[in-house]
Design a protein around this ligand. Structure first.
Ligand code: HAM
Length: 414
């Protein structure tokens, strides 16, 4: 029954069984966010384009190549959000959240859009859940947000997760290092790809992220930011590590870790999983102490992360949980339909899941349908007003008193 219409490239439909698997991930994340005091915020799906140009960075792949940008009828440039941190910082400023008790701890979930080359785990519309702790530079906040993602992946049972940890230092301290790195890259220009060469002066850190053999060779001998951290930044990083050690969270220090967004300062981290193949990151983030100022606000340190639902589900690779269906109310005679509807409503109001035939099937067809959808019990309403309760696992059937419907249901529990 395929029509000529298909979901656009890099997008997908989430069908009900897949939704159940997603809902489990969402439920675990939501529970952990709530218990840690991160409250939900929802920002619009599109924002003014310059928010991302300024927030994410003009030299990033996201801004240069991947944004879905369009003009509205008032000739304003808008962009489907490629990430959530810049919008949340915009909202923090717009709503004067700096006046609240700091840090403001926020959680979010929703769709994001990047025009990337689609492959397993990489889509043009994907879905993230994440948190931001805004208004503190304490290493405790870095450790807390990292621990929360670790807890979520642990509770979900994602196998083979490794936490990579690095630090980019603060913006001022990083400047001297970047000059050193640029000089190194210029000395080896001949071994670089055109893309890396073109960005030596605007975004030299990205060279650490290249898959190209030649570039990797050059980067193997490049100076690393960890060797060049200022005293304050090194102390902050040491404190984050000590807190993670104390909490028993294993990590690997990665001196060449970089991220595809410009706003990061100090701690950065990435949770990776081998099962994901080349798109190995499940979730990641870091500190962004300069972003709110960059957006026109007061200097406000912050830290957070986002994880991709699709990546988590790919790494879990498990059957979606079955939908528990309690009861089906079948009618032996069409005259009983109104009564069936009333009984189904009574069951639903008492917390049972209950369905009835919406398709005009004969009794045999209704029983088959009840079996197919996994109903545990079927109440059959006979033409004479009596009723039978059938246990679908054993096939046993007995008369039932519909006046005491809830008592008749096996186990009685909703
Ligand atoms: P990001 O690393 O760009 O960071 O994305 C976070 C996560 O989103 C990735 O680890 C991945 O799971 C998922 N993701 C990204 N792009 C795609 C895609 N095309 N298809 C499927 N999944 C994808 C951020 O977005 C930052 N806002 C994170 C952050 C929050 N940093 C601080 N606070």
């Amino acid at each position: 029954m395929a029509s000529k219409f298909q979901a656009p490239r890099g997008t997908f439909d989430v069908l009900p069984a897949a939704w159940r698997a997603r809902a489990r991930v969402e439920g675990v994340a939501k529970g952990i966010f709530e218990r840690a005091g991160y409250e939900t915020i929802q920002t619009p799906t599109f924002e003014h384009t310059d928010l991302f140009e300024r927030g994410v960075g003009k030299s990033t792949d996201i801004v240069r190549k991947e944004m879905f940008t369009f003009e509205d009828k008032g000739e304003r440039s808008l962009t489907l959000r490629p990430e959530g941190t810049a919008p949340i910082c915009r909202a923090y400023l717009e709503h004067g959240m700096h006046k609240l008790a700091q840090p403001v701890k926020l959680a979010y979930t929703g769709p994001f859009f990047r025009h990337e080359r689609p492959q397993a785990g990489r889509y043009r519309q994907f879905h993230q859940f994440g948190i931001e702790a805004i208004g503190t530079d304490s290493p405790l906040a870095d450790a807390e947000v990292i621990m929360l993602l670790s807890d979520i992946l642990g509770e979900l049972g994602v196998p083979g997760v490794v936490l990579r940890l690095g630090s980019l230092g603060s913006l001022d301290a990083r400047a001297a290092y970047l000059e050193e790195l640029k000089a190194h890259l210029h000395r080896h220009e001949g071994d670089l790809t055109a893309d890396v060469r073109d960005r030596i002066d605007i975004n030299p850190l990205r060279a650490f992220d290249s898959d190209d053999e030649g570039v990797r060779g050059v980067m193997a001998s490049a100076p690393t930011i960890l060797e060049a951290l200022s005293e304050d930044d090194a102390a902050h990083f040491a404190e984050v590590r000590a807190l993670l050690d104390a909490a028993g969270i294993a990590y690997e220090i990665d001196a060449t870790l970089v991220r595809g967004i410009d706003y990061y300062t100090r701690t950065i981290f990435s949770f990776v999983c081998d099962a994901l193949g080349s798109v190995s990151e499940i979730g990641g983030g870091g500190r962004y102490d300069g972003l709110i100022e960059q957006l026109g606000g007061p200097a406000t340190p912050a830290v957070g992360w986002a994880a991709g639902y699709e990546r988590v589900l790919l790494a879990l690779d498990e059957e979606p949980p079955a939908l528990g269906r309690h009861a089906f109310v079948a009618v032996a005679d069409p005259d009983q339909r109104g009564r069936a509807m009333a009984l189904v409503t009574e069951l639903r109001n008492a917390g049972f899941s209950a369905e009835l035939d919406l398709g005009g099937r004969a009794l045999k067809g209704q029983l088959k349908h009840a079996d197919r959808i996994g109903a545990r019990q079927v109440l059959i309403l006979e033409a004479d007003g009596t009723a039978q309760l059938r246990d679908m696992a054993t096939g046993e059937q007995r008369p039932a008193d519909t006046g005491n419907l809830l008592g008749e249901m096996t186990g009685g529990e909703a």
